[in-house]
Design a protein around this ligand. Structure first.
Ligand code: PLP
Length: 374
């Protein structure tokens, strides 16, 4: 007999996780695969961070600091804000989900872009609010004017994904500020900067400066991407004390585990080593983009650690291309699982992983001759 559940459950979109490496190896009889599907870092945590994680294991009989004070304070220092303006979560995803729990009710609306990060539609479905999904502009970035125009007195939350997943398109801090000026000061706006580290523009980081003083703005960031800690789950938000109080009100008391807090704190002590990895991802992104252009593969220019591409031949089905790459041991993300049918999203890996991807792509699309190896 089925258990009694909320009628809302039926409307929650099913999140389709990417294939695991062992699933692909088993189903295709392969000894090795390259995984470029989940926008992870190809690098393990820094050695100093690994040492802190190892040392922390002995203390796991104790609950973590529920307020994550040391990490909050370090991030508050870094962003020149009060610790009361910092939220810590079990991944930035948890903070995004908490924003929905804290702010949305039936009869209210949440506005986000489409295609964008798959979690945003969950917030509406879980709370019973109405989700308003605004199509991206032609360049793959948010149509901020259309989003502002969709705001009415029912709107409780607007989410801006910047750079946007899955397109990688970036909106400048001036554009975000112009949007903030168009909407009421008491309307909560969350700017999801999960990929901010990979924005190679002087503008990088300026939205978080706005979050120091704007009463309605929260910027979320993560240690999952550039810092290589997605398996530990830790993210943070910078915003008004009001925003942080709302998020803290709905979280469980010990939401961010001890090792995640310690690893994030240690990672913050090594900005140059992290930046070196980010620089490598940015230069590899340029190399992969050049190779795609040479092969005649259409793609969206990206400020992130992934590139959204289409098959070079419009007659080629992206799902077939996805399967052909899998058969050669290269896992990329099928755009149809991301709300972007007809596309594939490839994460930037190490130079040798990117070479494997480019060689497989050239082989399956018949564009071998043009590929430049690193
Ligand atoms: C746009 C965006 N936001 C948030 C996240 C969640 O990151 P995490 O929960 O690992 O911090 C992701 C993960 O891929 C993402 O793509």
């Amino acid at each position: 007999m089925a258990i009694r559940t909320s009628p809302r459950i039926a409307g929650i979109p099913h999140y389709e996780p990417g294939l695991t490496m062992s699933e692909v190896m088993a189903s295709h009889g392969l000894d090795s695969v390259v995984k470029l599907a989940s926008n992870e870092s190809p690098f393990p945590p820094l050695p100093q961070v690994k040492a802190v994680i190892d040392a922390g294991i002995d203390g796991l009989n104790r609950y973590p600091d529920g307020a994550a004070r040391a990490l909050r304070e370090a991030l508050a220092d870094q962003h020149a804000v009060d610790p009361a303006q910092v939220a810590i979560g079990n991944g930035s995803c948890e903070l995004i989900v908490h924003a929905g729990v804290a702010l949305l009710d039936p009869g209210t609306t949440i506005i986000h872009a489409t295609p964008s990060f798959a979690m945003y539609p969950h917030l509406a479905a879980e709370s019973g609010a109405e989700g308003i999904a605004i199509p991206l502009a032609a360049d793959g970035g948010h149509d901020l004017h259309a989003m502002a125009a969709a705001v009415d007195e029912r709107t409780r939350l607007v989410v801006i994904c910047n750079p946007n997943n899955p397109t990688g398109t970036y909106r400048s801090a001036d554009q975000v500020e112009e949007f903030l000026d168009l909407v009421p000061d008491d309307l909560a706006v969350l700017v999801d900067e999960a990929y901010y580290d990979f924005v190679d523009l002087p503008d990088r980081g300026r939205v978080s400066v706005l979050a120091r003083t704007r009463p309605n703005l929260l910027v979320t960031r993560t240690f999952s991407k550039a810092y290589g800690l997605c398996g530990l789950r830790v993210g943070y938000g910078i915003g008004s004390a009001d925003w942080v109080r709302a998020l803290d009100a709905v979280r469980q008391p010990f939401n961010t585990n001890e090792l995640a807090q310690a690893a994030a704190l240690e990672s913050l002590r090594h900005p140059a080593a992290i930046q070196k990895r980010v620089d490598e991802a940015i230069s590899e992104r340029a190399r992969v983009a050049d190779a795609l252009a040479e092969m005649g593969v259409p793609f969206t220019p990206s400020r992130s650690n992934f590139i959204l591409m289409q098959p070079p031949d419009p007659g080629m089905d992206a799902r077939v291309l996805h399967e052909s790459l899998l058969a050669r041991g290269v896992i990329v993300r099928d755009g149809s699982a991301l709300g972007a049918p007809g596309t594939l999203r490839v994460t930037i890996g190490t130079p040798s992983e990117n070479d494997v991807f480019l060689a497989a792509l050239a082989a399956v699309t018949g564009t071998e001759r043009e590929v430049q190896h690193s």
